[in-house]
Write a protein that binds this ligand. Structure first.
Ligand code: ADP
Ligand code: F6P
Length: 330
């Protein structure tokens, strides 16, 4: 193995830059050459290769986003697109590839692996929806950003006796929603893993209003519905029963930005290092995941076929703290 490549793909996440730095520095110290592929799978098809040096990745631990840039690329989903990508990798004499991204990007990596490209995946997504790792790169930073913003909104909720509905990201997962609700002391987590119980939510608001808690916060995961739709349904079901004004804040892409936290820098550094060691040791078609705090290699095909559940202890803690999270879906 002489030359490896690295790319970021799909939604960006804070910690991708530290991961690129770690892969690059580890590879260089093992005597390998490193090429960055710019703009995800689209850049692979467009031949956007960039030689990476120790200097080029210097200082990257403290930058959010991904300096290699990222994309969503329809063409790469097709067999023809994948063939084109493989031909470009061969022309650049790439002996191994590290892909950092969410489940879609890792599916792309699996396709490359099946067609003979030595690939290692790293979980880079704020949603924390990838089976086989306790944490994805970027989740911790996103949660810290979200709780800072929710704490701020709570000032206004308290001052104005309002109920705030706050929409957070999570295309198919309620992880950000439930963790935010616990950490900010909010009252309701609306998550795709459970059936929304509007009647209970209205009772929570009503009970609090009459028991010296005249403000409430509901954290809605976008995977259930938009915050706007949730407020519409809440107001409709709560007519005459909700005494306070319900207001909406959609946090949006601020959740994906910002300076990576210590946790994400360390996770990205450990995962990046492990990815290069694994490649040089002949591992292929695997993702570096974290289990009980330790780095482990997990088979890509296996993990992509499984759904990651919300952590059971988080559900228990939420329920024991009196958080309304809905009913178990049949
Ligand atoms: P994320 O990686 O954040 O989940 P996407 O789901 O948008 O983001 O996936 C990123 C890119 O990965 C897609 O635009 C596409 O190029 C590639 N990809 C996704 N799914 C597949 C698949 N099943 N086969 C091949 N490539 C895929
Ligand atoms: O995959 C992460 C994620 O943040 C999802 O929660 C969200 O639905 C999606 O990306 C939005 O991405 P974009 O707006 O960049 O297409």
């Amino acid at each position: 193995m002489k030359r490896i490549a690295i790319m970021t793909s799909g939604g960006d996440s804070p910690g991708m830059n530290p991961a690129i730095r770690s892969v690059t520095r580890t590879a260089l110290s093992l005597g390998l050459e490193v090429m960055g592929i710019q703009n995800g799978y689209q850049g692979l098809l467009d031949n956007e290769f960039l030689p990476l040096t120790a200097l080029r990745v210097s200082g990257m631990n403290r930058h959010g986003g991904t300096f290699l840039q990222t994309s969503r690329c329809l063409e790469f989903r097709t067999p023809e697109g994948q063939q084109k990508g493989i031909a470009n990798l061969r022309a650049q004499k790439i002996d191994g590839l590290v892909v950092i991204g969410g489940d879609g990007s890792l599916r792309g990596a699996l396709e490359l692996h099946k067609q003979g490209v030595p690939v290692i995946g790293l979980p880079g997504t704020i949603d924390n929806d990838i089976y086989g790792t306790e944490m994805g790169i970027g989740v911790d930073t996103a949660l810290n950003t979200i709780i800072t913003l929710v704490d701020m909104i709570k000032n206004t909720a308290a001052s104005h006796r309002r109920c705030f509905v706050i929409e957070v990201m999570g295309r198919g997962s309620g992880y950000l929603s439930i963790m935010t609700t616990i950490s900010t002391g909010s009252q309701v987590a609306v998550v795709p893993e459970f059936r929304v119980n509007m009647k209970s939510i209205i009772e929570v608001l009503h009970h609090r209003f009459h028991n010296n808690h005249n403000n409430s916060v509901i954290i809605v995961a976008e995977g259930v519905c938009s915050g706007e739709e949730f407020v519409r349904r809440l107001n409709e079901a709560g007519q005459g029963k909700i005494e306070q004004e319900v207001r909406l804040t959609v946090l949006g892409h601020v959740q994906r930005g910002g300076v990576p936290t210590h946790f994400d820098r360390l996770l990205a550094s450990r995962m990046g290092e492990m990815a290069v060691l694994a490649l040089t040791q002949g591992e292929r078609g695997v993702m570096v995941g974290q289990t009980n705090g330790r780095m482990q290699l997990r088979d890509l095909e296996d993990i992509l076929g499984k759904r990651k559940d919300l952590p059971a202890d988080a559900i228990r803690v939420a329920r024991n703290l009196g958080i309304e999270i809905g009913d178990v879906a049949e």
